[in-house]
Design a binder for this molecule. Structure first.
Ligand code: FES
Length: 312
């Protein structure tokens, strides 16, 4: 048993380089412990309890741990008949000392922190061009390509100038990351500066294309702040490493917030965690609480009708 009641020992007796013991604070998952302690540990779904890649065999201390919740049970059910000692490392937060063995093999190259992923604080922003499909159906394909590239160029420039990076283009949408690994509020502030600049750039673009467009281009954005896993997941082309990206609850919630900008007919929906970087200025925007699929509890958000009104 750990001598310090405020810490819990997680032992990996069969770790590749020899036994490893880590001390973790209560409330820390086994997967977070492995990632922080550089113990090779597979994880594919970003700790959402869906992929089962992080499963461990509990070698000691199983009866002292909290029982699996319904999400963990649902994912493990097909496997438990063969091995009842299994738990999901991303869901299991031990309350007493425990010894475990990660089950899924981690390849030699996968031992790079890039491939096992690193749990980092970051701000995630999604941007979407509204009504693009309708515009694409009504205009000449080359006009569509021209307009789309102008929008991508303006939005990506605004993101880069605010200190962020484009993670990926998804159809007519953009996912961007800010303040990776920074625990203070610089990430949320940078993302809000980008949102404000994108809104201003879109207004200028609409003015420029006024005679060409039957209706102005509109955007919807969502921003959330928290911890996500950053790593290289998937396949790279021509044997190259897969591009680095972020996965996890923060990414899913940011994407949902962007979707909610349609519901609220606004340019931006930011989580309360992001709005806090504005101090009392953040409270001028309407607050709501919503349920997000696959997320426990309600998310507090703030609705920004026009992103160029953000006081950053
Ligand atoms: S179930 Fe996917 S990382 Fe745990």
């Amino acid at each position: 048993m750990s001598a310090d009641p405020a810490s819990i020992r997680v032992r990996y007796p069969l770790a590749p380089g020899g036994e490893v013991t880590l001390s973790i604070a209560p409330g820390t998952s086994i997967l977070a412990a492995s990632l922080a302690g550089r113990v090779p540990h597979a994880a594919v779904c970003g700790g959402r309890g869906r992929c089962s890649a992080c499963r461990v065999r509990v070698l000691e201390g199983a009866l002292d741990q909290p029982p699996p919740d319904s999400a963990e049970l649902a994912t493990l059910r097909p496997l438990l008949a063969r091995d009842p000692s299994l738990r999901l490392a991303c869901r299991l937060k031990p309350r007493r000392d425990i010894a475990v063995e990660p089950v899924m093999p981690v390849g030699q190259n996968d031992q790079s922190p890039d491939l096992t992923g690193r749990l980092l604080t970051m701000t995630v922003m999604f941007v979407d061009l509204r009504g693009f499909s309708r515009m694409a159906a009504q205009r000449h394909p080359y006009d569509v390509v021209f307009t789309l590239n102008r929008y991508f160029d303006l939005a990506a420039t605004a993101i880069a100038q605010a200190g962020g990076r484009v993670d990926k283009f998804i159809g007519d949408g953009i996912m961007a990351l800010f303040g990776i690994g920074e625990d203070d509020q610089s990430g949320p502030r940078a993302a809000l500066r980008a949102a404000k600049a994108i809104a201003a750039a879109m207004r200028a673009l609409n003015h420029e294309l006024e005679s060409e467009l039957s209706t102005p281009l509109r955007i919807g954005m969502g921003i959330h702040f928290g911890k996500a896993i950053l790593g290289r997941f998937g396949w790279g082309l021509n044997g190259e490493a897969a591009p680095e990206t972020a996965i996890g609850d923060v990414v899913n919630i940011a994407s949902r917030l962007e979707g909610l900008s349609k519901t609220y007919a606004c340019q931006l929906v930011m989580s309360e965690a992001v709005a806090q970087c504005l101090g009392s200025d953040g409270t001028r925007f309407d607050a709501h609480q919503v349920e997000i699929p696959n997320h426990d509890g309600l998310i507090c958000l703030r609705v920004v009708p026009q992103a160029d009104d953000i006081p950053v």
